[in-house]
Write a protein that binds this ligand. Structure first.
Ligand code: ADP
Ligand code: MG
Length: 402
């Protein structure tokens, strides 16, 4: 273990005086924008009352035991011949706001009965330092398994991901940061759990009506009014941010580059659980095209350009109008019609030249089904995008897990 990591581990143990009585730190397993995560052994016999427990050895979830609660930092006698119980300890950076930390804990608490969300065991605070304790879930790095995934593996993976999304969305929660590192997947067990609710929020919590949720007629009227209003104004032309005097739009943009839904980029003020579906679609696109990261933009404008390159200027314009935005570009690589997902998949898996005999330039029926499902997830209009519940009924996700 690196010296700096060892020092951090030492510091953590000093901050929490009784830490050593309860946990043995093993190693650092993750370092993100908002936290550092360690693997540790839970060395005393803790009753996780009302909590699901996970057996670190075989990855099986077991329902909570029906015993009375004991305090966490109050170790009881360790029962004989007990298998080691591993936990993940998420140390939240002190720069995170208390409101944000509370939000993450509250949402995890709300989701405690969902077997596809990594449950909260407990949490500790010592002045500005907060630790979240989760069962350790054995998983593999996405970069290791996605290149080898066939269509069957892809179905199984996505079924697991959409099962988790359906559970979260049913409770009216938007995860906001769906991406491979936040969905811990074990290809051997064919199971995954969702982690990291640091950016999650309740649907509608801070939303204001947006045009995308109005019916077509109303939307058209409002757009015409706004065009008339803008052309009546003298002064700077829209599109040059520094000169633009119109009030700026405000919307939650939390998420990760390359996984943001078009409505997030267009600063829709009424974002829904459908933003997670788009991100899950990006994961599917990555697996089908065997390119990670698929999108690689430095900022939101570049992200829009990437999406427009696929969908074409025409559909991108309509997508913007849904949220009262004008989208226009003179970039020559953005065509009017864009490209089909089928073409993109063939190109990125080097099958576009048709091979010698010209037979390789088509997708298998299974792959076509995958593409059809993908187009339902990466639908530009969030109101027409498939929901997690419906996705679970889609032919592509009908799969027997052996
Ligand atoms: P951040 O907010 O910093 O992204 P996450 O909750 O996403 O924090 O955790 C970061 C990483 O730590 C994850 O990508 C994963 O590799 C690891 N990790 C988090 N929770 C667990 C867990 N319960 N079991 C195993 N590994 C975990
Ligand atoms: Mg994360």
């Amino acid at each position: 273990i690196e010296v700096s990591v060892r020092q951090d581990m030492e510091k953590l143990q000093q901050t929490f005086p009784h830490f050593r009585d309860g946990y043995r730190l093993i190693k650092r397993i993750g370092e993100g924008t908002f936290s550092t995560v360690y693997k540790a052994e839970d060395i005393c016999y803790h009753d996780y009352v009302n909590r699901w427990d996970i057996d670190a050895e075989d990855g099986q979830w077991t329902p909570p035991p029906l015993k009375s609660s004991v305090s966490h930092m109050n170790p009881t006698v360790r029962p004989p011949r007990r298998k080691p119980k591993f936990v993940a300890i998420k140390k939240i950076y002190v720069t995170s706001s208390p409101a944000r930390i509370l939000n993450e804990l509250e949402l995890l608490h709300d989701l405690r009965d969902s077997p596809s969300v990594c449950p909260l065991i407990t949490a500790f605070r010592e002045s500005d330092q907060v630790l979240i304790i989760l069962p350790y879930f054995r998983h593999q790095d996405f970069r290791r398994y996605y290149p080898k995934m066939n269509v069957y593996d892809t179905r199984v993976y996505l079924r697991s991901l959409f099962t988790a999304l359906a559970a979260v969305h049913t409770r009216g929660i938007v995860h906001r940061d769906i991406k491979p590192t936040n969905f811990l997947y074990d290809p051997d067990k064919k199971r995954g759990v969702l982690v990291d609710f640091g950016l999650a929020e309740r649907e509608g919590a801070d939303s204001k009506p947006c045009l995308c949720h109005e019916d077509r007629q109303v939307r058209r009227q409002r757009l015409q009014q706004s065009v008339a209003f803008n052309s009546a104004q003298t002064g700077p032309q829209p599109g040059y941010p520094k000169l633009d005097t119109r009030p700026s739009r405000r919307a939650n943009r939390a998420g990760t580059r390359g996984f943001r839904a078009p409505e997030v980029l267009f600063k829709c003020t009424e974002q829904t659980t459908k933003i997670d579906i788009w991100s899950a679609g990006v994961i599917l696109l990555t697996i089908l095209c065997k390119r990670f990261p698929f999108f690689n933009s430095a900022d939101d404008i570049e992200a829009m350009i990437e999406i427009a390159t696929i969908f074409g200027n025409k559909r991108m314009k309509l997508a913007g109008q849904l949220h009262g935005c004008m989208f226009d570009t003179t970039i020559p690589t953005i065509s009017s019609q864009g490209f089909s997902f089928e073409k993109i998949m063939l190109w990125s898996t080097c099958r576009s030249d048709g091979g010698r005999d010209g037979t390789a330039n088509t997708l298998t029926p299974e792959e076509k089904e995958a593409i059809e499902f993908l187009s339902r997830c990466m639908e530009l209009d969030p109101t027409r995008r498939i929901s997690a519940e419906d996705a679970l009924r889609h032919p592509f996700l009908q799969v027997d897990v052996e």
